[in-house]
Design a protein around this ligand. Structure first.
Ligand SMILES: *Cc1c(COP(=O)(O)O)cnc(C)c1O
Length: 233
C-alpha cells in the first residue's frame, strides 16, 4: 500500500495547504474560512488513505457510481469524513447522491430540484446545496446561465423548499478565470449566499482572492489523473 511517510501526495497536500493559507493572508482572509476539498476522482482507495492519514477530511468526487464503489468502506473506517459531489448529477441518481454526499455542488435545473427535494424528504437527510453557474455560457457545460441565476435560486427556495447555501463555477479552460470568479461572487452576494465553490489546482489562489470558501483541488494533491471515460456512467 501507498502510505509510506514519504508518499508524494503528502508533501503535495502540505504544499497546497500552505499556498492556500498564504493566499488567505495575502488578501486578509482567515485561512479557516476556506475549505480545501481533495478531489479524489479516478484515484483508488489506496491513494486516498495516505491523504486521510495526513489529516485531510473533506473529499470530492464527480461521479455517483464511482463514489458508491469507493467510499462506503473509507467512510465506515473514518466517520468524520465529508464527501462533496462536484460532477453533473442525473435526476435518476438523486436518491443515491443524497444518501452518499454531504454536499452537492451541481444543482442546475428544475427537474433536478424536484428529484432532490423528493430524495431529501425520503431520506430525512439534506446535503448542503450549491447552484452551479455556467459563467462562460458554454453550450457543452452544465450550470444555470448568469442571467437566469436569480430566478432559479428563488425558485429553489420558494417552489422546491430547498436550502441553497452557495454557488459553484468552473470557468472556461482557455480564459482568465478572474471575471468568472468575480461574476459568481456578485451573483452570490445579491442572493444572500455566503459560500463559493471555485478554484482548482491551476487557480485556487486567485479564487481565494475572489472569496472562494471551497476550493476543489485534485491533481495538485494526487498527481496527474488517468483520463476518465465519457459521461454518463
Ligand atoms: C476534476 C475537478 C476538479 C479538480 O481539478 P484539478 O485541476 O485536478 O485540481 C475541480 N472541480 C471539478 C468540477 C472537477 O471535475
Amino acid at each position: 500500500m501507498n502510505d509510506a511517510p514519504n508518499d508524494p501526495s503528502l508533501s503535495r497536500l502540505e504544499a497546497v495547504r500552505a499556498r492556500a493559507a498564504q493566499a488567505c493572508r495575502a488578501c486578509g482572509r482567515d485561512p479557516d474560512a476556506v475549505t480545501l476539498l481533495a478531489v479524489s476522482k479516478t484515484f483508488p482507495a489506496a491513494d486516498i488513505l495516505p491523504v486521510i492519514a495526513a489529516g485531510q477530511r473533506q473529499f470530492a468526487e464527480n461521479r455517483v457510481q464511482e463514489t458508491k464503489g469507493k467510499w462506503p468502506d473509507l467512510r465506515a473506517a473514518h466517520p468524520d469524513l465529508t464527501l462533496h459531489l462536484i460532477g453533473p448529477l442525473q435526476s435518476n441518481k438523486a436518491a443515491d447522491a443524497v444518501a452518499l454526499f454531504d454536499a452537492i455542488h451541481t444543482l442546475d435545473r428544475p427537474s433536478l430540484c424536484t428529484a432532490l427535494a423528493r430524495a431529501i424528504d425520503k431520506h430525512g437527510r439534506s446535503p448542503i446545496l450549491f447552484v452551479e453557474i455556467n459563467t462562460g455560457a458554454e453550450a457543452q457545460k452544465a450550470g444555470i446561465l448568469p442571467e437566469a441565476a436569480d430566478a432559479f435560486i428563488a425558485a429553489c427556495r420558494a417552489d422546491y423548499g430547498l436550502t441553497v447555501t452557495g454557488l459553484m463555477c468552473i470557468p472556461p479552460v482557455d480564459e482568465d478565470p478572474a471575471p468568472h470568479f468575480a461574476l459568481t461572487a456578485k451573483i452570490a452576494a445579491r442572493n444572500g449566499l455566503t459560500q463559493l465553490s471555485m478554484g482548482m489546482s491551476a487557480d485556487f489562489e486567485l479564487a481565494i482572492r475572489f472569496g472562494a470558501t471551497h476550493i476543489r483541488v485534485g491533481s495538485a494533491i494526487f498527481g496527474t489523473r488517468p483520463a476518465q471515460k465519457a459521461h454518463p456512467v
